[in-house]
Structure formats: structure tokens, C-alpha cells
Design a protein around this ligand. Structure first.
Ligand code: PMP
Length: 458
């Protein structure tokens, strides 16, 4: 028998730090500082091994959208495990859960998207459409059309292609990235980079960097443009309203495929099933992950427009790409149960019409704080920008330090938020109550009061 006797938490932490290499971690710092052992979750709360309770304003890692402890998902997983724990989808086979899930996802997608390719992670989803885009153009006799334009400070995952598509300098520095054939343009981050331009002008200017880059490379060499509807990891950067319509226009004008990375924004976070619906876009690829199963099991994929799928299906021949667990039946069963909860409890509508607007109002209230340059949100995705001086938009000299301090104090006070440079990010479960929203906002305000008082007494 496998030994799964619960260890005392200190032993768990010791075992972890001795043997487990964590993602995105400075392991030396972690070994010196220790790890928190999470043991249980219920609703919007998680508990650690000391029994301390945290309000999870980050939904795990932007994913536990239906909240913790959903029996329906566990039951669906148990039933599927017993019926058929695994089968592949390679050799002219499928499973009921896989097929039903593909059909279900497409039912939310709108008329122009009717196919899904399954992967395990968001990173793999981005690797997948990148190859599909090149196969698409090659099939049409345009193999030269292979460069992908992405953006600085975007996050598209940690595989070699995902990290290359992303625009994180610190990731590129490790391992000679980006790989050839991927280039980057500026991000629509008005607060940080807009200078004297009005947000609308800046949005247009940043979108037109796409046109400039296409013309520099030659449209006959550009396969696709990729972006998150709202950058997540990069700091919940909400683009000015002028940005997305201009990007769509440019993609159409030069016949460039549009790939949206909806790993965070998909399945309701912005109050629409997909962020491309919120912004009125017509993408050719849409990467999905996290909210598809609310993180209960790993499953992800790429939704593909009819325009591209028709060529891939009818003309391209075999696509030499796939994963052992593409469309895993148990993960698909978890995703189906998750989507049923979203539908039955009308959680996407709740984000759009009820808790989203409530959150927006409470969150924007923080903008009167002396440390807050802007407080922005769409649906249940929010950020505050911490600043040294509101009037001049002057920021702290060492980006990241103050964000980390504020994040850590919030966690100590029992509210989990994330920091990205000097932006504090939240992405709570869709089931969050009004009073829980108030708790997030008041905890963050108290922490900022405390930190700003400390700073001014220095
Ligand atoms: N794209 C976006 C927009 C993401 O936020 C993430 C993960 N945070 C990924 C891709 C990568 O997903 P995964 O970690 O599942 O590979």
C-alpha cells in the first residue's frame, strides 16, 4: 500500500524543501524562508496546516472559478475513473466525455468557432496554435508566412514556444529565448508607458506598432498576432478602448491570423464566456485552460475558427502534433461538471450583472488612496497600481519591492492577493459574496494605510 498517512506539517515542509523544485521560485530563498502547506479548501477559502484560514482572492492561480469543495466535480471524476480512467484520442478513437466537452465548449464560442484541440496546459495550447498557424499558411502555399508577432510583458506559458511568445525579459534571459520567428511589439500599458498621450491616443499608437511591424517584416512573412485580451501575469493591464478595434482592423487588412490567449479570461472571468466576445473580436485561435475545469484537473486546449479548421481538416493532411493526455476523459469529465455548475448557477451572468459591477465599484473606491495610481477591473479581474506620487504617476525606484511587501501583509492578514511589479492583482472565484469582496478591499486598504504610514515615517 502507498503510504499516504498525513505527516505533521513541519515534516511536509521539510520533505518539500528537500525534494521538490518549485515553479517560478528562487529555491534558496524558499529553503531559507519555508513553505506554507495548504490542506483544504471550501467555497472561497483555503486552509493551511496550522488551521489558518485565507480568503483566496486569487482563485488558486486565476483558476478556481467555481470555488473549492465542489462535490459535483469530485463525483463526476469518480464516476469517469471507474468507467474508463484513460484512453487516448489518437487512433480513430475518442471518449464520450472528450467529445461532449468539445461540443460544449463550441456551444459558447459563437458561430465562427466549431473545433477544439485538447492539451494539458495553457503553455501547450500556445505551442499548438503556433504550429497550426504555420501549417495553415503552408497548406495554402504560403510557407513563408510564418513569423508570429507578440507583445512585451505578455505571458503565454513556460514551454520554449510559450516563453518565446511571452514578452518577459527575465524568462528570455534563461535559455536563449525567444526562438527564431517570434518578434515583440509594445504593450498597451497606458499608466506606465503612456507619457503625455491621452489613453485613447496611446491605445491607437500601441496598436499601430503592429502595423509598423507587419510592414517592416512584410505581410507575406507574418502568420499571426497573439495577445491576451487583458494581460494577466503582466499586471492585469486593461488596454485603452481604442486598442482592440484597431488591432482587429490591422489583422484583417494584412491577412494576419489573430490568436487570443484566454487562459485567464476564458469561461466567464470578464463577465462574458470569452474575452474576445467582451471586446467584439473574431479570433482564429483561442487558447483556453484554467477556468475550463476551474483547476480541478489539468485540461486546456485551442479553439479554432472555421476559416482555419476548414483548411486543417480538408486540405492539410495529418497534423503531426498531440499529447498522450489530449482530451483525457477524467479531466474532460471534471471540465463538463465545472461548466454545468457555471451554467446552472448562472455564474457568468453573475459576474457580468451582479458581483462584477459590485466588485468594480468597491475596487475603484481604492483609487482615492495615497498609494494608488489607478484601480482598474473588468468582471472579476482587478489591479491596483502602487505609486510614489499620484500627480506625476511617479513609481517606486525598485519595481516589485513594495508590491511584494503589500502582498505579504495581505496574506498575513488572511487575504491572498498577487503582486506583479508594483501592481496588486486579484481574481476571485465567481461565487464570492459581497461581504467577501468588502473584506478583500478593506484588508488591502488597511495594509496600504499601514505601509504608507511606515514609508512616510522613514
Ligand atoms: N497563457 C496565459 C495568459 C496564462 O496566464 C498562463 C498561466 N498563468 C499560461 C498561458 C500558461 O498556462 P499553463 O501554466 O497552464 O501552462
Amino acid at each position: 500500500m502507498l503510504d499516504i498517512t498525513p505527516m505533521p506539517a513541519t515534516d511536509v515542509a521539510a520533505a518539500d524543501l528537500a525534494h521538490h523544485l518549485h515553479p517560478f521560485a528562487d529555491m534558496k530563498e524558499l529553503v531559507d524562508g519555508g513553505v506554507r502547506v495548504m490542506t483544504r479548501g471550501e467555497g472561497c477559502y483555503v486552509y493551511d496546516s496550522d488551521g489558518k484560514r485565507y480568503l483566496d482572492a486569487f482563485a488558486g492561480l486565476w483558476c478556481v472559478n467555481v470555488g473549492y469543495g465542489r462535490r459535483e466535480i469530485a463525483d463526476a471524476v469518480f464516476a469517469q475513473m471507474n468507467a474508463l480512467p484513460y484512453y487516448n484520442t489518437y487512433f480513430a478513437t475518442t471518449t464520450t466525455a472528450t467529445a461532449r466537452l468539445a461540443e460544449k465548449i463550441c456551444s459558447y464560442a459563437g458561430p465562427a468557432i466549431n473545433r477544439v484541440f485538447f492539451t494539458n496546459s495553457g503553455s501547450e495550447a500556445n505551442d499548438t496554435w503556433l504550429r497550426m498557424a504555420r501549417v495553415y499558411w503552408a497548406t495554402l502555399g504560403k510557407s513563408e508566412k510564418s513569423v508570429v508577432i507578440a507583445r512585451q510583458n505578455a505571458y503565454h506559458g513556460s514551454t520554449v514556444a510559450g516563453a518565446s511568445l511571452g514578452g518577459m525579459k527575465h524568462m528570455h534571459e534563461q535559455g536563449n529565448l525567444p526562438i527564431p520567428g517570434i518578434v515583440h511589439i509594445g504593450q498597451p500599458y497606458w499608466y506606465g508607458e503612456g507619457g503625455d498621450l491621452a489613453p485613447a491616443e496611446f491605445g491607437l499608437a500601441r496598436a499601430r506598432e503592429l502595423e509598423d511591424k507587419i510592414l517592416e517584416l512584410g505581410p507575406e512573412r507574418v502568420a499571426a498576432f497573439v495577445a491576451e485580451p487583458i494581460q494577466g501575469v503582466g499586471g492585469v493591464i486593461v488596454p485603452p478602448e481604442t486598442y482592440w478595434p484597431e488591432i482587429q482592423r490591422i489583422c484583417r487588412k494584412y491577412d494576419i491570423l489573430l490568436a487570443v490567449d484566454e487562459v485567464i479570461t476564458g469561461f466567464g472571468r470578464l463577465g462574458s464566456w470569452f474575452g474576445y466576445q467582451h471586446y467584439g473580436l473574431e479570433p482564429d485561435f483561442c487558447a483556453i485552460a484554467k477556468g475550463l475545469s476551474s483547476g480541478y484537473l489539468p485540461i486546456a486546449g485551442v479553439m479554432v475558427s472555421d476559416r482555419v479548421a476548414d483548411v486543417l481538416v480538408n486540405q492539410a493532411g495529418p497534423f503531426h502534433h498531440g499529447f498522450t493526455y489530449s482530451g483525457h476523459p477524467v479531466a474532460a469529465a471534471a471540465a463538463l461538471a465545472n461548466l454545468r455548475i457555471l451554467e446552472e448557477e448562472r455564474l457568468v451572468e453573475r459576474v457580468r450583472d451582479d458581483i462584477g459591477p459590485y466588485f468594480a465599484q468597491a475596487w475603484r473606491g481604492l483609487s482615492d488612496h495615497v498609494m494608488v495610481g489607478e484601480a482598474v477591473s473588468v468582471g472579476l479581474l482587478g489591479a491596483v497600481q502602487l505609486v510614489l506620487d499620484k500627480a506625476t504617476r511617479r513609481r517606486f525606484s525598485r519595481p516589485g519591492d513594495i508590491g511584494m511587501v503589500i502582498r505579504n501583509f495581505c496574506i498575513m492578514r488572511g487575504v491572498i492577493v498577487r503582486a506583479s511589479a508594483d501592481r496588486i492583482l486579484v481574481s476571485p472565484p465567481f461565487t464570492i459574496s459581497r461581504s467577501e469582496v468588502d473584506d478583500i478591499v478593506s484588508t488591502l486598504r488597511d495594509v496600504m494605510d499601514f505601509v504608507s504610514a511606515e514609508l512616510s515615517s522613514d
